[in-house]
Design a protein around this ligand. Structure first.
Ligand code: NDP
Length: 336
């Protein structure tokens, strides 16, 4: 039987900080699956910082969102009707069809989810793309050695909380920055050696105070003043993992770069950027390591869950404003 599904469409492009007027809720009828297709009932949608870049009418590393169409992105759901033997009815999958209650997929670009390992929501967070990003960026680009000092910005978010905890498990001293006392308390609880708020004092002052002997790795989720402060505090041969720059995503004009970039050569630093989708061949390695760490409680995670598809825009705007601890999700259907 065809189903009626609600979805959230982008209807205008933001200038600066986005607001709810840019989105509209639409109702669509989804036909029965044809040969090769599967019908998925979504449980959770992911809202992610990269979506802000795709709302602009400008290609970044992926094409912009089309106006009038549903926002695409990560979601986890259950196959309820299948005409594709690879994905039987009842199986849980992650897909990229985004902000909708139901999704009709041609069976490509689906990832299997094992609901016996952890709650299915984790397939969008600690055991999904953000966790993979934190693990891959820290270990491959950061190359941490035991005893080194690692600074992670955006540390209480989905990516940062994983990067920091992995650094700790590898024997590093870990410092995190975040935007609220509740976030700092959580960072200390999960093993960060130091945590400071970037809202109370200039980042470079706090960083110097908690890392008087300097830092060896900077995992950058924020850019701007955090990056400049990290470069100043970096030890010789330090590594900068350029993962994101969320402090800049709402800029309407390009901001000047760090004023101390010359330190890249005086301190013999390495800065490397990456986009995790280029490294999807390593997802199996990631799950082999992270699955047991999560199951044994060695890596803790939190989720901030907003209820209902109609509140997806609010969740996304809340993510940019720092309202999430850990992974920001939208619950849109049954999760078991
Ligand atoms: P988070 O869960 O970290 O959520 C975003 C957080 O950013 C907010 O909670 C907020 O926390 C913080 N933030 C917002 N504005 C500012 C600001 N002006 N200054 C400092 N912090 C700010 O998101 P993710 O973990 O999903 O993503 C983290 C970063 O990783 C982003 O930059 C993202 O673009 C990047 N990323 C990169 C990928 C890649 O392939 N390279 C893949 C996935 C993510 P607070 O309260 O602390 O301000």
């Amino acid at each position: 039987m065809p189903v009626v599904s609600r979805e959230v469409c982008l209807v205008a492009r933001p200038h600066g900080v986005p607001d709810e007027d840019l989105f509209e809720l639409a109702e669509v009828t989804i036909p029965d699956p044809e040969e090769g297709q599967v019908l998925i009932r979504n449980a959770f949608l992911s809202v992610d910082p990269y979506m802000r870049g795709r709302m602009n009418d400008m290609r970044s590393y992926v094409a912009p969102y089309a106006l009038g169409e549903a926002m695409t992105g990560g979601a986890v759901g259950r196959v309820v009707e299948s005409r594709n033997e690879r994905w039987p009815e009842g199986s849980w999958v992650v897909h990229q069809l985004g902000w909708r209650e139901w999704a009709l997929s041609d069976g490509h670009a689906l990832l299997p989810v094992d609901p016996s390992l952890a709650p299915v929501s984790t397939a969008l967070g600690v055991l999904g793309m953000p966790g993979f990003t934190g693990w891959y960026g820290l270990t491959e680009l950061g190359q941490p050695a035991e005893g080194e000092t690692v600074f992670v910005s955006g540390a209480a978010g989905a990516v940062g909380s994983v990067a920091g905890q992995v650094a700790r498990l590898l024997g590093c001293r870990v410092i995190g920055s975040a935007g609220s006392p509740e976030k700092l308390a959580w960072l200390r609880e999960i093993g960060f050696d130091e945590a400071f708020s970037y809202r109370e004092r200039p980042v470079h002052e706090s960083l110097r105070e908690v890392a008087p002997d300097g830092i060896d790795i900077y995992y950058d989720n924020v850019g701007g003043d955090h990056l400049e402060a990290a470069i100043s505090s970096m030890n010789k041969y330090g590594r900068i993992v350029a993962c994101g720059a969320i402090s800049r995503y709402n800029d309407t004009e390009p901001a000047p770069g760090p004023r101390n970039l010359f330190m890249l050569f005086t301190k013999r630093l390495t800065a490397r950027g990456f986009i995790i989708s280029d490294h999807w061949d390593r997802i199996g390695d990631f799950l082999t390591v992270m699955g047991p760490w999560v199951a044994e409680g060695k890596v803790a995670y939190r989720e901030t869950v907003v209820d209902g598809i109609d509140h997806a825009p609010r969740a996304f705007l809340g993510l940019l404003a720092g309202e999430n601890i850990g992974k920001m999700l939208v619950k849109v259907g049954p999760d078991e």
